[in-house]
Design a protein around this ligand. Structure first.
Ligand code: ZN
Ligand code: ZN
Length: 364
């Protein structure tokens, strides 16, 4: 069968025509026919050879971690899936260190050794191929009604994990946090930012998305469709943003732009929580008034939280939320998918991303 891969030694991308079709080898194995695979900045980094490692013994790495497929076969001990079910695989697999408390309880998203593996990224082949076999515990069921948008579950899990943590962090406040309306600012209008904006709106936050592109653009239209506000950083300064929003209770950062993050951190409101999800590139150093930032954080009881990857709880919540978004904002949700490509053309959206979310269509 075919698989889309990167070849680090020759710094090339290509289709492996004879990638072996996997077989179920354990009683809890599940074989998936891949329907769609989303492309994101991580794939671009891997394809630019700044990140990513092939499995041992391979000179290539099969790409793809945002996958979605249909169950075609299950092992003898699998009771939670049947052929015909839709399922989404998790990305990260635990390290083997006995002392890693997180991995030993199957929460490799909090791995303490950084020796974890990740499908399509780190020492495990990815999902940009026709069939994969996965242990049932790394799969979450997706209802048939989400067949058109199931590929968005994985990028949504970033926000779901962040918001699960946000609820726990803000439970430090000695009143019922859920009883008041809160102001959230989302930095970045890519898929992670927009799905985060939807998750926040769905929880009743007033949402403002702050991003580079000027209106009109598709991301701004989606923000308006879900009842949020959109400002371009080319027209509105951070000071003007804060003047328009008022006290910011939560910032969901999804750009990886460190300068912007610190500028907005300085503008965070009392008791506010700032959540970092973007992975910054290395752009050199900048000067910042660190005293002012720390002073604010102390005097305003603020929290700064970094978060990466997602556990099973976030995957299950993402599936449930995606169904809710589909009920509330079907056009906006579908509008996130702006490019569809055949497997043979995978290099195009990986190397030259345009629009919001590009996907590779593999099965039907
Ligand atoms: Zn991704
Ligand atoms: Zn670990």
């Amino acid at each position: 069968m075919r698989a889309a891969a990167v070849f680090p030694a020759t710094k090339t991308l290509g289709i492996v025509p004879d990638f072996p079709e996997p077989r179920i080898t354990s009683p809890k194995g599940v074989k998936l026919r891949i329907l769609q695979v989303g492309v994101c900045g991580t794939d671009r980094e891997i394809a630019s050879f700044v990140y990513g490692t092939p499995p041992e013994g391979y000179e290539y790495l099969v790409l793809g971690h945002e996958a979605f497929g249909e169950v075609v076969e299950v092992g003898a001990a699998v009771t939670e899936f049947r052929p015909g079910d839709l399922a989404i695989p998790m990305v990260r697999r635990p390290c083997v260190a006995p002392e890693c408390v997180a991995c030993r309880m199957d929460r490799s998203d909090f791995c303490m050794t950084a020796e974890y593996t990740e499908r399509g990224i780190m020492r495990l082949h990815g999902f940009m191929t026709e069939y994969v076999v996965e242990e049932a515990r790394y799969l979450s069921p997706v209802p048939a009604s989400l067949r058109e948008v199931g590929v968005l579950v994985e990028p949504l899990t970033i926000a779901e994990k962040a918001l699960l943590e946000a609820v726990r962090v803000q439970s430090r406040l000695p009143w019922d946090f859920a009883a008041y309306e809160h102001q959230a600012v989302v930095l970045g209008a890519g898929p992670v930012g927009l799905l985060g904006a939807m998750a926040l709106r769905h929880r009743g936050y007033a949402v403002t998305v702050y991003s580079l592109d000027r209106e009109p653009n598709r991301a701004a239209d989606i923000v308006q469709a879900i009842g949020g506000k959109y400002y371009s950083s080319q027209d509105v300064t951070v000071e003007q943003l804060v003047a328009a929003v008022g006290a910011i209770d939560l910032v969901y950062e999804a750009t990886g732009a460190a300068n912007l993050a610190f500028e907005v951190l300085r503008a965070l409101g009392p008791n506010g929580l700032f959540v970092l999800t973007g992975v910054p590139g290395r752009h050199g150093t900048t000067e910042f008034d660190t005293d002012a930032i720390l002073l604010n954080m102390v005097l305003k009881n603020q929290c700064l939280l970094g978060t990466v990857n997602a556990g099973k709880d976030a995957f299950e919540l993402a599936v449930a939320d995606l169904a809710a978004f589909d009920g509330k904002w079907p056009a906006a949700l579908r509008g996130l998918i702006t490019g569809r490509f055949a497997m043979e053309d995978f290099a195009e959206p990986v190397l030259r991303p345009a629009g919001i979310k590009n996907i590779i269509e593999i099965g039907r």
